[in-house]
Design a protein around this ligand. Sequence first.
Ligand SMILES: Cc1cc2nc3c(=O)[nH]c(=O)nc-3n(C[C@H](O)[C@H](O)[C@H](O)COP(=O)(O)OP(=O)(O)OC[C@H]3O[C@@H](n4cnc5c(N)ncnc54)[C@H](O)[C@@H]3O)c2cc1C
Length: 223
Amino acid sequence: MNSIAAQLPRVAHAVQAVRDLGADSFVVRLQRNGLQFEPGQYVTVGLDGEVDAREYSIYSGPHDDHLEILVKNVPGGYLSPRLRRLAPGQKLQVDGPFGFFTISETRRAAGRFLFVASGTGISPFHCFTRAYPDIDYTLLHGVRRCNERYEMNAYQRARYTACVSRQHGGDFGGRVTDYLRRHPVDPASLCYLCGNCDMIYEAFDILKDQGVAAEQLFAEVYF
Ligand SMILES: Cc1cc2nc3c(=O)[nH]c(=O)nc-3n(C[C@H](O)[C@H](O)[C@H](O)COP(=O)(O)OP(=O)(O)OC[C@H]3O[C@@H](n4cnc5c(N)ncnc54)[C@H](O)[C@@H]3O)c2cc1C
């Protein structure tokens, strides 16, 4: 957790539901308590009465009554397995929103977007597409197995490509970076990348080699 977040008061949000998505990930739905945010931002979340907290992108849209986060259950991790075991009515401490992984109105009006996610890095893109259903986007989702294509029906099918690296049955067999190498992007695209840092660094290099200017590249690194 960053030091600014550590100094701010956190607000208790009651859990409404936890729904499983595939084998190792789940969505926690919380009371919204009037929290205002810009699509693409994240909150810090901790257990009631504990100081330790972790960052989670907001999965739900800005017009939803509730607040949702999409979480991967990291084996041996401190918080994520505990979040999986939450029951309705239990409380979480939520602080925020934080972050600048957002799309300004000017960019939204002018841009064609490439969204590149690995795993739960799809969360801010879920929020973007709920908030801005009319934007022109292509979403590449890198996962290991088909059951990690979290709620893929939320996206326009023609705009969503699942790059599945360890199983047949995806739209593309391989990583998102393999897909990008074989399908060069329109250099005018605004490119948003979210997930693990290895994917992000590799994708940055590929996109820059394909002529995308550094000012058109935006990233949110999870780990
Ligand atoms: C800005 C930001 C937004 C984030 N948004 C999300 C989100 O929307 N959903 C989400 O699931 N996580 C998200 N994360 C990661 C999250 O904050 C935690 O790091 C993660 O849930 C693990 O916490 P833990 O306490 O269970 O594990 P810890 O005990 O903190 O750490 C265990 C290990 O897990 C690794 N790890 C962290 N995340 C993952 C992952 N997704 N897959 C595999 N290994 C991982 C870490 O590198 C660490 O080595 C975000 C991180 C940042 C910085």
